[in-house]
Design a binder for this molecule. Structure first.
Ligand code: UD1
Ligand code: UDP
Length: 365
């Protein structure tokens, strides 16, 4: 038996690692253990509950409005003890959070090989997204297996000098999770008048904190006021830098619903019901095209260029006029809408976890 430790810290890691954990648990050669750093608490627990995953170890690291340095320092110390006790043969991490970067570093110190799920995403700008670009570059430098979602991410890794033999293009496990979920009977989280179009919003990026996020909120308020026949739904990220400002600008508008972060399945239901999605989320940029929903990205760049190139995702930045104009165009111009509402899935076919497990099986079994 080989001991594999799968690490999850935040909501998107739990969603994207779930298909891998579930697939690995069927492998006779693998003793799978799940470590939750719990960089997120409620949002992580909710996803684990949905996929039936119970962490074997839980570091419960989240603190309200925790600084990145504090989070990193506390995690590194805790991880030292865990790795010492667990002695895994390999560790799997997913994505570009502080959990991923810190686990990669701790594993390097302990000389434990890591597999990086969703490897090779790059904007080539360390400040955007902050701190995720640095997190994934560091994880990429230290990884033994690079599970790249697309040929583009493989090319990014090759450009950084990663040997081709260490890269496997797998697709993104987010599509595995989406297909597992979207096939079920899903209930909408709030009642939406069937005659009204729905604009779904999410936003949480650190580089947008402050004035850029205030601009996003101003644009959303203007759109809601000028389109009283359109319903807006915004599950607000619990980071206080987001939550407090969103409520300051958007609470009390009759056609604008602010709510707590939605559980994963109701959020998928909301995406399926949505007419347009405005987001700065990485995962939502991957899921929405597969559901045939036009996405306007509230950022100036993206590490997920494939859907932009296919014309179903457009970057509008945290820019008041571009957000208002592009959203209004999609609401008013039927042909512009139809051009972006084609169902394409450049990020995966639902079999990414199988490919990841096959690679590990060929190495270990
Ligand atoms: C983190 C990741 C980001 C990822 C995002 C997904 C880092 C630096 N950032 O951002 O890459 O896109 O998660 O959502 O790794 N909080 C709660 N309850 C929760 C979760 C968060 O109250 O369940 C609040 C806490 O006050 C916490 C704060 O949000 O301190 C920030 O959490 P943190 O994980 O540091 O950053 P996010 O903005 O969530
Ligand atoms: N999501 C969710 N509830 C919400 C908003 C998003 O379950 O209220 C899911 C969404 O389907 C996607 C993931 O969370 O799979 C994206 O997480 P997030 O936007 O927090 O992080 P990112 O992908 O930007 O790192």
């Amino acid at each position: 038996m080989r001991n594999l430790l799968c690490v999850i810290g935040t909501r998107p890691e739990a969603i994207k690692m779930a298909p891998v954990i579930l697939a690995l648990k069927n492998e006779s050669w693998a003793n799978v253990r799940v470590l939750a750093t719990a960089q997120h608490r409620h949002m992580l627990d909710q996803v684990n509950g949905f996929f039936g995953i119970v962490p074997d170890i839980d570091l419960n690291i989240m603190r309200p409005n925790q600084a990145l340095t504090t989070l990193t320092a506390r995690l590194l110390l805790e991880l030292d003890d865990v790795l010492q006790a667990e002695k895994p043969d390999a560790v799997l991490v997913q994505g570009d959070t502080t959990t991923v970067m810190t686990v990669a570093l701790a594993c390097f110190y302990h000389r434990i090989p890591i597999g990086h799920v969703e490897a090779g995403l790059r904007t080539w700008d360390m400040q955007n997204p902050f701190p995720e670009e640095a997190n994934r570059v560091i994880a990429g430098k230290l990884a033994r297996w690079h599970f790249a979602p697309t040929e583009g991410s493989r090319a990014n890794l090759l450009r950084e000098g990663v040997p081709d033999a260490e890269i496997v293009v797998t697709g993104n496990t987010v599509i595995d999770a989406l297909l597992m979920t979207a096939a079920k009977d899903l209930d909408l989280p709030v009642s939406i008048d069937p005659d009204r179009r729905l604009v779904l919003v999410t936003s949480h990026r650190r580089e947008n904190f402050g004035e850029p996020f205030r601009n996003i909120c101003r644009a959303l308020r203007t759109l809601a006021q000028t389109n009283p026949d359109v319903q807006f739904l915004y599950p607000v990220h619990p980071n206080p830098n987001i939550k407090d400002v969103a409520h300051e600008f958007l609470a009390g508008l009759p056609n604008f619903t602010l709510c707590e972060p939605l559980d994963y399945a109701p959020f998928i239901a909301a995406m399926k019901r949505a007419h347009i999605i405005l987001t700065d989320s990485g995962g939502v940029q991957e899921e929405a095209p597969a559901l045939g929903k036009p996405v306007l990205v509230l950022r100036e760049e993206t590490e997920r260029p494939e859907a932009v190139e296919q014309g179903v995702v457009k970057l509008v930045g945290p820019d008041f006029h571009r957000i208002v104009d592009e959203t209004q165009r999609l609401l008013d111009d039927e042909s512009a809408y139809r051009a972006m509402a084609r169902g394409v899935s450049p990020y995966g076919d639902g079999h990414a976890a199988e490919r990841i497990v096959r690679t590990l099986r060929e190495h270990f079994a």
